[in-house]
Design a protein around this ligand. Structure first.
Ligand code: G4P
Length: 306
């Protein structure tokens, strides 16, 4: 499944962030706690350089608490990084981000000095919700159709923090393919008619492996289905989504599974662990190296044949 992102937009966002970065003391990156790796912009770390960074794991009310703790520890292994889980259900948690900004900048611990923070985040991680919570008023538009921030906004917050919002859209991890599926499962990437059922099948396979008890309970299953298709059929039977002849209506079942997962009705779930992501990165690197070797080989034999 390929995610489309426009190279022109990517180039513009990268250029604008690079321009603004010298005036910034600290970066706040908002992530979705259910997919802390996939929802990260691949360039954040390169763009921030040595600047301190707070990784805000938002929507932690929907994420698996044990995995959130592991992600916090994992993310904090990087230099100058602090990670903090938050949820809009407890706005006070987001306010800790501001205290943390001061703590991470020892030369600005004196509150008379302004701290300039840049907030980054791919669409739908809840960046606007956090900006509004921090500001105590509605500044950024929330919802599924985020308006592109046209010019640099500077918002004055408590603790002498001046917050800038990144203009334009940031893109998520585009590789490996599993990142795209996880983004789609959480709803961060828009549903498209053709891929919808594929996304549900990806979710079914993942849930069977990672959260079998949750499935058994939610869909009142007597035994654990052996495959994604068996699970989808079982949900179809349990929810009465059957076509004539008793075959499950896969589109309806996909809707049920994805809606219940996204809204938290299936419980608190996290779709990736630091270990799984690390393994995937190794496979991706090997895959890229093999592709490059094959390309070099083709070039070599083409040159020799001339
Ligand atoms: P963005 O600026 O990063 O694009 O995200 P935005 O704040 O618009 O939030 C995207 C969706 O995520 C919104 O739901 C918002 O309510 C929801 N959200 C934000 N923070 C949290 C959180 O901590 N927990 C949960 N469960 N949801 C959160 P929506 O349905 O798209 O819009 P709306 O109906 O709330 O306006």
């Amino acid at each position: 499944m390929a995610i489309n992102w426009f190279p022109g937009h990517m180039h513009k966002a990268r250029k604008e962030i690079r321009e603004v970065m010298p005036q910034i003391d600290i970066v706040i990156e908002v992530l979705d706690a259910r997919i802390p790796f996939s929802s990260e912009n691949p360039l954040t770390d390169a763009l921030r350089g040595e600047k301190p960074c707070i990784k805000v794991l938002n929507k932690s009310d929907l994420a698996d608490p044990a995995l959130t703790e592991r992600w916090v520890n994992h993310l904090e292994k990087s230099r100058n990084v602090k990670a903090i889980p938050v949820t809009m259900e407890h706005p006070g948690q987001a306010k800790h981000v501001l205290e943390l900004c001061r703590q991470m900048l020892p030369n600005k611990i004196d509150s008379t000095r302004v701290v300039r923070a840049l907030i980054m985040g791919i669409p739908n991680v809840g960046k606007s919700t956090i900006i509004n919570t921090l500001a105590g008023r509605t500044i950024a538009k929330t919802g599924n159709e985020p308006a592109v921030t046209k010019r640099q906004q500077r918002i004055k917050l408590e603790h002498g923090i001046e917050l800038s919002d990144t203009p334009g859209f940031l893109w998520p991890k585009l590789e490996p393919e599993s990142c795209g599926y996880r983004l789609a499962v959480t709803g961060a990437v828009k549903d498209t008619a053709i891929e919808y059922e594929d996304v549900a099948f990806f979710a079914a396979e993942f849930l069977l492996e990672a959260y079998p008890d949750t499935l058994m309970e939610r869909f009142e299953l007597e035994s654990l289905p052996k495959s994604d298709i068996e699970l989808m059929e079982a949900i179809g039977r349990q929810r009465g989504c059957l076509r004539p002849g008793g075959v499950a209506n896969l589109h309806k079942v996909s809707e049920i599974l994805l809606n219940e997962l996204r809204s938290g009705k299936l419980g608190r779930l996290t779709l990736e662990s630091p270990e799984v992501v690390e393994k995937e990165q190794i496979i991706l690197a090997a895959d890229r190296a093999a592709k490059k070797a094959a390309k070099d080989e083709r070039k070599k034999s083409w040159k020799q044949s001339r």
